[in-house]
Ligand binder design. Sequence first.
Ligand code: EPZ
Length: 422
Amino acid sequence: MDKFMIWGGERLHGEVEISACKNAVLPVLAAALLAETPSVIKKAPWLKDVDTMLLILQALGVTTKRSFEGDVTIDPTTLKSWEAPYELIRKMRSSIYVLGALLGKLGKAVVSLPGGCVIGPRPIDLHIKGLTQLGAAIEKRHGYLIAEAKQLRGARIFLGGPFGSSVGATIDIMLAAVKAEGVTVIESAACEPDVADVALFLNKMGAKITGAGTPTLTIEGTKELHGTEHTVIPDRIEAGTYMIAAAATDGDIALLGAEPRHLEAVIAKLREAGVEVFEEEGKIRVRSTGTKRPTDVTTLSYPGFPTDLQAQFMALMSITSGVSRIVEKIYPDRFMHVGELGRLGADMTMDSNSALVRGVPSLSGAPVMASDLRASAALIIAGLVAEGETLIHRVYHIDRGYVDIENKLANLGAKIRRVKAN
Ligand code: EPZ
């Protein structure tokens, strides 16, 4: 398994290009199988999770092609199976999107149950509840979800869960509802830009969705969808990660192609912490000139502060003088990074779903273990400011969701090298 070696102490400076959004492109790829003709997803990010989704689509018989520039063509005319195998589904939770898409397209789906993951339990009850309300009969057998619907019918679906709205359930239900007979209304729908982008893609395919990006989504079912071309939104979590890295290293960087409207909570929190953020045409500039202030953060559904940036913000607060409190409201157990940040010298106390962070003057490099995608990003940020060498094990997590991170960081002046597995 590859590792990252980081020599801390460099201030990030320069420009970095933000890639297309992982959490939007994955459902968009699954959505493409709903059409009767091929779609092209322009400049899809070169990520392991994208590779996995393409393998799942191929296992269903869909023909996929990727150009040198990264444009992905999905040809659903060769779709021949409704069964998504465990070996692929277990690699990535978002493969559950083929459940909604296959139900919409074929009225039948056999999809391996995705299971939990290191950031805590990841139930899919809301997906099942919504699809059942559309008329699907769903049962769990031998680790698989077996779903069938003679005819999906529009319904009113309330999707609020114990931790707020669900991005995945909103999208999965939307993927089935676009082909249902009649009108579906999803109340308490997730408002994340990822949901709005998938809705935009579906509308370009001929679907009739209104209200995407608000808590009430209305979907008028259509009989046939056609292929289209789409460029996915920029990745707000990738952008937020570089913004926080710039703040932590007292750097000055410009994020090209980032969308400030998707990052308002993050921009507000960085400004509260004393970091300068400039929203310019087609880019965001982040500059930190030294002293920062401790800042409390509570993660919430969009437009709140994203859980996918909680770990990175904690790394920043760990070297910010004073005490800050970080509360996790989406995944109460998403704190695997706390122990590893502690190995680098961070001082934190956990209490249920919150962490009290006491800023230390400096971190010191050490070998650490990446536990999941965003925790890995937090360890990289910590490694960039730590004195000496930080060796991060298991960086395959980061390859799932950050395009070419070591080269992007190196171009910003970081001293980072991938140590290839033998
Ligand atoms: C998406 O996961 C993202 N993944 C996650 O990013 C992100 O952390 C999460 O949304 C929240 O923003 C993708 O888009 C591929 P949810 P998803 O359903 O859709 C509970 C990353 O690092 N819930 O919005 O699976 C759930 O347990 C990943 O890129 C139910 O109770 O998340 C959580 O507490 C990690 N029942 C809350 O809702 C359900 O049926 C929000 O989860 C579904 C979810």
